[in-house]
Ligand binder design. Structure first.
Ligand SMILES: N[C@@H](CCC(=O)N[C@@H](CS)C(=O)NCC(=O)O)C(=O)O
Length: 83
């Protein structure tokens, strides 16, 4: 199991949406991460709601279990850790 986990939408590329942007940034930084594909419809994202209290992805779960919501905040976090 990788230290980081990215919960993302089903969009199959890294170029089209906020989830793809986060995946690109993680790869660019050379960080190892697991990917969990979440359902397209927000009402079907029970796992995301259980993790974060809201249904939006991307969500990045850190080494200590903290979950960061929103692509902009995730990218800021990666910058702050020097990635
Ligand atoms: N402002 C959010 C937008 C997140 C967003 O639009 N996520 C897409 C997937 S990449 C989504 O969940 N779309 C389905 C919906 O909003 O119903 C961010 O940048 O993280």
């Amino acid at each position: 199991m990788a230290p980081l986990t990215l919960h993302r939408c089903p969009t199959p590329t890294d170029v089209l949406c906020p989830c793809g942007r986060v995946a690109r940034e993680l790869k660019r930084a050379g960080l190892e991460f697991d990917t969990v594909r979440e359902p397209l419809r927000k009402r079907d994202r029970e796992r995301v709601v259980a993790l974060t209290g809201q249904p939006k992805v991307p969500v990045l779960v850190l080494e200590d279990g903290e979950a960061i919501v929103d692509s902009r905040r995730i990218v800021e976090h990666l910058e702050a850790r020097g990635a």
